[in-house]
Design a protein around this ligand. Structure first.
Ligand code: PMP
Length: 413
């Protein structure tokens, strides 16, 4: 007897679809991931990815630290460890945060698998389906993905060149409360925003904190770029002025290397305990080997000196991008002027759509991320994120030039 051949139409469908949990409806591939394969073709200048440029890392020092780690502490470094994270690294993390005015105790630090996992753990601990998270407009695509996966409702609040607008924040909170819903926290990226490229001014930090304190709303302060400013000292963290109402997230991904996957959360004591329980159920413990390697690197190398080199490298790339934009972009195109970090947020002339334009841009060998990726509600079609962190200054100039030509052509169509 001939075996039944599978129905070709059936095999194209996901036959598990009826069995998935309802929350998986919110799990969709980000627009950035979808772009990855196209943008990584060598002929394309990718202004899309936000990958740190780690070419400047002293690989001899890193390899020395890793080698000694294996030889001196191998059995511990390759074993399971504390769910809260290595105590020595937690002390070093407190030293790092002191640069932004934060006085924290190592007991209140939870090491995580990148700050991405910290966003996940905080959301898991605080949010039930239907709870509201307030975010800036636009906001970090990876955090929006987490909020969606936990079935939160995202309410966006407008920003301008000084960061989120306090009046808009107040109005959004009032509207959510009037609708009988709970705001669980306000998620903010105060420094060198991803994707907006702007920072919350010092004056506004005070106002935002006051509003959230008055309304009894937690702040989730996500700060992976804070030490990558191009002018002067790091800005004072919001967490520096409130240890109870702010959960602060940090990361070594941009100041060291993302492949180690080490970030952290600092939270009020009771919340910290819940985060550790959530961490233990998710991963048992953050990667011990990575933590020891970073800890050893921090103690044997001039890490701050290396961060300064990163600042210089990114400043040079930022300058190349701003100069090329000024020279090449058609009138009525506007963009932000970042004082640190990786990103410029560009707004196209009225009537143009960044997502619709992307295939033509890729044909013209330049890629970017359409603005809609950074909104939970379909907004942002006139905008795009441009990253200057990875390509060389010459490639950035070339990429912006190609992009400007695509925009010009779009007018003529
Ligand atoms: N928050 C923001 C604002 C980011 O831009 C990123 C990385 N792009 C993360 C969190 C996550 O970083 P990591 O998990 O590598 O620490």
């Amino acid at each position: 007897m001939k075996p039944d051949l599978p129905d070709v139409r059936q095999t194209r469908l996901d036959s598990y679809v009826d069995r998935y949990a309802a929350r998986t409806k919110g799990m969709t591939a980000s627009e950035i991931r979808a772009l990855f394969s196209v943008a990584s073709r060598p002929e394309v200048v990718s202004l899309a990815g936000g990958m740190p440029n780690i070419a400047g890392l002293p690989l001899d020092v890193v390899s020395g630290a890793v080698r000694d780690l294996v030889l001196d502490s191998g059995p511990t470094a390759m074993q399971y460890g504390s769910g809260q994270g290595d105590p020595v690294l937690r002390e070093q993390i407190c030293d790092v945060m002191r640069l932004e005015g934060i006085e924290a105790h190592p007991d209140d630090v939870v090491v995580t698998v990148g700050s991405q996992q910290a966003v996940d753990l905080v959301t898991r601990v605080f949010c039930d389906p239907g709870d509201v998270v307030i975010c800036e407009a636009p906001s970090y695509v990876g955090a929006l993905g987490v909020f969606r996966a936990y079935q939160c409702e995202v309410v966006h609040v407008a920003m301008d060149d000084d960061g989120v607008q306090p009046e808009a924040l107040e109005q959004a909170i009032a509207a959510v409360k009037a609708a009988g819903k709970k705001v669980k926290f306000f998620y903010t990226i105060p420094n060198f925003h991803n994707p907006a490229g702007i920072s919350l001014s010092l004056e506004r930090r005070g106002k935002v904190l006051q509003i959230c304190q008055d309304q009894d709303i937690l702040i989730l302060e996500d700060n992976p770029y804070g030490l990558l400013g191009f002018d002067g000292e790091p800005m004072r963290a919001i967490r520096a002025d409130d240890g109870e109402g702010v959960i602060y997230l940090g990361s070594f991904s941009k100041t060291f290397a993302p492949g180690f996957r080490v970030g952290w959360a600092v939270a009020p004591h009771a919340v910290r305990e819940k985060l550790v329980l959530a961490q233990e159920s998710a991963t048992l413990c953050p990667p011990v080997f990575s933590q020891f390697a970073i800890s050893s690197y921090l103690s044997r190398h001039d890490w701050l000196g290396q961060v300064k080199q990163f600042q210089e490298m990114y400043r040079e790339r930022r300058d190349a991008m701003l100069a090329a934009l000024t020279e090449k972009m058609p009138a009525a195109t506007t963009w932000t002027r970042p004082a640190g970090g990786f990103y410029v947020w560009l707004t196209l002339p009225a009537g143009l759509d960044a997502k619709a334009m992307l295939p033509r841009a890729v044909t013209n060998r330049v890629a970017y991320v359409p603005g809609t990726a950074f909104f939970a509600d379909g907004f942002g079609s006139q905008c795009m994120r441009l990253s200057y962190c990875h390509p060389t200054p010459a490639r950035i100039t070339e990429g912006v030039s190609r992009l400007a030509a695509v925009i010009e052509e779009e007018f003529e169509l």
